[in-house]
Design a protein around this ligand. Structure first.
Ligand code: IVH
Length: 725
C-alpha cells in the first residue's frame, strides 16, 4: 500500500490534488478486486485507512473533491461469470419501516385493502430479517435443479454448483413435496464462522468486511471446491413457483419447509395484534447481539395466504409484508460546504460536505440534503420540517445513516450556529454547463435545461446506458467513461451512447503509422491488449438487447425498469412504440382527450399521463431522435414476445368502480381487475365497457345508464370473475 505519510495539515494544495488522484485510482482498484472479483489484496484496516486519508484531505480541500472520488462511489459492478436464470416468479424486495407508527400504518393499510373491520382477526408472522443474500432453490420431482441469486429480481445468477456444496441445503425433498417448488430464503454466514474464516484466510491476505460480504463472496466463486470450504448456511422463509398450493398460512408453509429438512428460523412467531408485533420486534432487537448471525430488522408478513394473494404486489414489493428496520445510527459533525451535483436527468442535488465523522462504524464525509426546500426547512407538502430551521454552511448538524441508504442530515444544533452565518442560496444555473436550472410547478427538484449538451448529464447518461439493468456492458465503469468522454482524440471520443459501438471500428481504422501512439487504446495506461479485447467483446455482445432494456437505457424521465417493461409488453417492438410516441398529441388541457396515439399510450396498464408526456416529449426533441437513430444503426432492440393474453372475462375491458363496495376496498378492486387484464378508469365515458356499482352510486351510474353501458353489482362481479383471483 502506498499511503503518503505527510500530515494532512501540511500538504500543499498541489500535493493534495496529486494525492487525491492517486487515492482515487488505488481505492477504485481495491473496490474492483473486492466487489467484482471477491479477491481483495489489502486488509480492511488498510483499506479504511486509505478511505480515511482521502476523506481527511477532502475535508481540508473541499474544492479538490474529484468527480470520481471514492467518497462518492459505492462498490463496483458485479462480475458476469455465471449464467443467467430467469425467475419463474420475480424475487421482490421488502418495503422498510422505521417506527411503531409506520407499523401501525402498515397494519391499517392491510386492513383497509382487505376491507376488514378494525376488530376482525388478522394474524401476522414476525421473524428476524437476516443480513445475507437471497436465494431461490428450484426443485423438480423432488430434486434440486437450479439455485439462483436474486440479481435484478427478474434475472439472477445460476450458482447451482456452488449451492450443492452447502451441507444443510437438501438435494432431495420428501415425496409429499410438489412436482415443482421453488424454496426461497437467505444464504448467510454465522458471525463465529466468519471470524474463524477470517483467521484462516488472513495468511492469503484475502479478507471480507463482514459476514454478509463473506457469504456473497464465497458463493460467487468460480470453483465450487472453494465454496465448499466456506461455512455457508441457509434459512428458508419464502417461496416462488409451486405446482400445488403449499398450505393455508405463511407459518404452516415454513414449518413444512422445516419438515422437508430446511433450517427455519426459530424466532418466527405469529402475532394476533399490533402490540404483539411490536413486542416481538423489541424482543428480537434486545437479543440481536446474542443471535449467532447478523440481522438488520424484523419482517412482518400477513399469515393467511388467501389474504396475501388478494393483497398482491406493488411494482417491487408485496403489500402483505414489510421490514421493520432497527434504528439508524446518528452522529454530530460540522457542515463545511454545500455542493451541487447534477444527476443524469439534470436534477440538481445538494450534497453536504462534512467534517469526517464515524456513524455506525463507517466514516461519513458526504450526506444528502435532498433538495432546495429541504435546506430551507420546508417539507414535501410545503409544511415546515425541523420546526422550520434552515441548514447553513458552518452549522453543526446531525447525520443519520440507515443500512445501505445514503447518509442524510436530519437536523442542526441551533445553539452552535456561528454568528454571522447566512442562509444558503440555491443556484439557478447548472454548475456543470451554465444552462438555466428551472423548477417546474409542483416539483421539489430544480433541473438543468442543458439536456444533451450538459457534460454532467452526458457522462451520467452513458453510465446509465451501460449500467447493469440497462445494456450491462462490463469494463465501462465511471472512470473509463470519463476518460473516453474527456478525450479529444476522434478515435477515442465517446460523447453519446452510439459512440460506444463505433469505438472498435474507429480504433481499427487508425493508420498503422500510429502504432505506439496514445490514440490507440491498448497504449493507454489501465487498458492493455487483453482488456481492450474484452471490452470490445462486451460491447459486441450487446448489439442485440431486449426492447425493455433498450428503452430503460435511454434514460427518459419517469421511464424506469418497470415502466419500460410495461411499455415493451404492450408495444412489442421499439419501432411501434416510437411511431406511436411521435404521432401522439399531448392533451392541451382538461377536456382535451389527445389523439388516438396518446390514448393508446395512456391506455397501457400502469402508464399514466406524466409518464406518457415524458415519453412523447423525448421523441419530440430532434437531438433525441438523432441520438436514437445513431444508436439503432448499431444496436437492435429485439421484439418482446407477446405474453399469453390474460384470459379472463374482463381482459382488455375498461372498467369503472363506483359507489361503496362492501366486500373489497377500491384499491383491491382495482388491483384485482388489473391482474385480470382489465384497465380501471376513474370516470365513465364511451370507452367504458363495464361499470361495477355499489350502493350510493351517483352521477357515474347515471352516465353509464345514459350511454347504455353494462352495469353490474359487486356480487355479479364476483360471479363473473370468481373469488380466488
Ligand atoms: S421475505 C417477497 N423474510 O430482505 C419478499 N426476506 O429487503 C420475500 N430477507 O430480498 C422476502 N430476511 O433477501 C423475507 N425473514 C425474511 C428475510 C428476508 C432477509 C431479505 C431478502 C429480501 C430482502 C428484502
Amino acid at each position: 500500500m502506498s499511503k503518503s505519510q505527510t500530515p494532512v495539515e501540511t500538504l500543499t494544495q498541489e500535493d493534495a490534488a496529486a494525492e487525491l488522484e492517486r487515492l482515487a485510482d488505488e481505492i477504485a482498484a481495491h473496490d474492483r478486486r473486492y466487489h467484482g472479483e471477491d479477491a481483495p489484496t489489502v486488509s480492511d484496516a488498510e483499506y479504511d485507512a486509505l478511505k480515511l486519508r482521502n476523506a481527511q484531505i477532502e475535508a481540508r480541500f473541499p474544492e479538490l473533491i474529484r468527480d470520481d472520488s471514492p467518497s462518492r462511489r459505492v462498490g463496483a459492478a458485479p462480475s458476469t461469470a455465471f449464467a443467467e436464470v430467469r425467475h419463474a416468479v420475480p424475487m421482490l424486495s421488502l418495503d422498510n419501516v422505521f417506527s411503531d407508527e409506520d407499523v401501525l400504518d402498515f397494519v391499517a393499510s392491510v386492513r383497509r385493502f382487505l376491507n376488514l373491520a378494525a376488530d376482525a382477526p388478522l394474524v401476522f408472522t414476525a421473524e428476524p430479517k437476516i443480513d445475507g443474500l437471497s436465494m431461490s432453490l428450484r426443485y423438480e420431482k423432488g430434486r434440486l435443479v437450479t439455485a439462483a441469486t436474486r440479481g435484478d429480481g427478474t434475472t439472477g445468477e445460476n450458482v447451482t454448483a456452488n449451492i450443492r456444496t452447502i451441507a444443510e441445503i437438501p438435494q432431495q425433498l420428501p415425496p409429499d413435496a410438489p412436482d415443482v417448488v421453488e424454496v426461497r430464503g437467505e444464504v448467510y454466514m454465522r458471525r463465529d464462522d466468519f471470524l474463524d474464516l477470517q483467521k484462516r484466510m488472513a495468511e492469503s491476505g484475502q479478507t471480507f468486511a463482514n459476514p454478509r460480504n463473506s457469504a456473497a463472496g464465497s458463493l460467487r466463486q468460480k470453483n465450487p471446491e472453494v465454496t465448499k470450504s466456506r461455512p455457508l448456511k441457509f434459512f428458508a422463509y419464502a417461496w416462488g413457483e409451486s405446482s400445488e398450493p403449499l398450505g393455508a398460512t405463511q407459518y404452516e408453509v415454513v414449518q413444512r419447509f422445516g419438515a422437508w429438512g430446511f433450517r427455519i428460523n426459530d424466532r418466527m412467531v405469529r402475532c394476533a395484534s399490533l402490540d404483539e408485533m411490536l413486542e416481538q420486534y423489541r424482543a428480537i432487537e434486545a437479543d440481536r447481539a446474542e443471535l449467532p448471525y447478523d440481522i438488520d430488522g424484523v419482517v412482518y408478513k400477513v399469515d393467511r395466504l388467501d389474504f396475501q394473494e388478494r393483497l398482491g404486489f406493488r411494482s417491487r414489493s408485496p403489500r402483505w409484508a414489510t421490514a421493520h428496520k432497527f434504528p439508524a445510527e446518528k452522529a454530530t459533525t460540522v457542515l463545511t460546504a454545500i455542493d451541487i451535483q447534477v444527476g443524469r436527468t439534470g436534477a440538481l442535488t445538494p450534497v453536504a460536505r462534512l467534517e469526517p465523522v464515524t456513524v455506525g462504524g463507517v466514516v461519513v464525509v458526504n450526506a444528502t440534503l435532498h433538495n432546495e426546500d429541504y435546506i430551507k426547512g420546508i417539507g414535501n407538502s410545503g409544511q415546515p420540517i425541523r420546526e422550520g430551521r434552515d441548514i447553513r454552511v458552518g452549522d453543526t448538524v446531525i447525520v443519520q445513516r440507515a443500512g445501505d441508504v445514503i447518509p442524510q442530515i436530519i437536523d442542526i444544533v441551533p445553539e452552535k450556529r456561528p454568528a454571522g452565518s447566512k442562509p444558503y442560496v440555491f443556484p439557478d444555473r447548472c454548475p456543470a454547463c451554465g444552462s438555466h436550472a428551472v423548477r417546474e410547478e409542483g416539483e421539489a427538484v430544480r433541473r438543468c435545461t442543458g439536456g444533451l449538451i450538459c457534460p454532467a448529464q452526458a457522462v451520467e447518461r452513458i453510465r446509465h446506458f451501460v449500467s447493469r439493468n440497462a445494456l450491462d456492458i462490463e469494463g465501462l465503469g465511471e472512470k473509463q467513461i470519463e476518460f473516453f468522454f474527456n478525450s479529444d482524440k476522434p478515435a477515442l471520443k465517446i460523447a453519446a451512447p452510439a459512440d460506444i459501438f463505433s469505438l472498435k471500428r474507429r480504433q481499427e481504422e487508425l493508420p498503422a503509422s500510429l502504432e505506439g501512439s496514445l490514440e490507440r487504446l491498448e497504449n493507454i495506461e489501465g487498458f492493455g491488449a487483453v482488456s481492450v479485447r474484452k471490452l470490445f467483446d462486451a460491447i459486441d455482445a450487446r448489439r442485440e438487447v431486449s426492447f425493455s432494456r433498450f428503452l430503460f437505457a435511454l434514460g427518459i424521465r419517469h421511464i424506469g425498469e418497470t415502466n419500460a417493461k410495461r411499455l415493451a409488453r404492450h408495444f412489442l417492438s421499439f419501432q411501434k412504440l416510437r411511431e406511436t410516441a411521435e404521432l401522439a398529441k399531448i392533451p392541451e388541457g382538461k377536456g382535451d382527450p389527445g389523439n388516438a396515439e396518446w390514448q393508446e399510450i395512456v391506455g397501457v396498464n400502469g402508464i399514466g399521463g406524466i409518464v406518457a408526456e415524458a415519453l412523447v416529449d423525448f421523441f419530440a426533441e430532434e437531438h433525441n431522435r438523432e441520438a436514437v437513430d445513431a444508436l439503432l444503426a448499431e444496436v437492435t432492440p429485439t421484439d418482446e414476445e407477446p405474453v399469453g393474453e390474460v384470459s379472463s372475462p374482463v381482459a382488455g375491458k375498461t372498467i369503472v368502480f363506483t359507489g361503496s363496495l362492501e366486500k373489497m376496498s377500491r384499491d383491491e378492486a382495482k388491483a384485482m381487475a388489473e391482474r385480470l387484464g382489465a384497465k380501471v378508469a376513474g370516470s365513465v365515458s364511451k370507452k367504458t365497457d363495464l361499470v361495477v356499482a355499489g350502493p350510493g352510486a351517483g352521477s357515474k351510474l347515471k352516465t353509464a345508464t345514459e350511454l347504455g353501458i353494462e352495469v353490474i353489482d359487486e356480487d355479479q362481479w364476483f360471479e363473473r370473475v370468481g373469488r380466488g383471483v
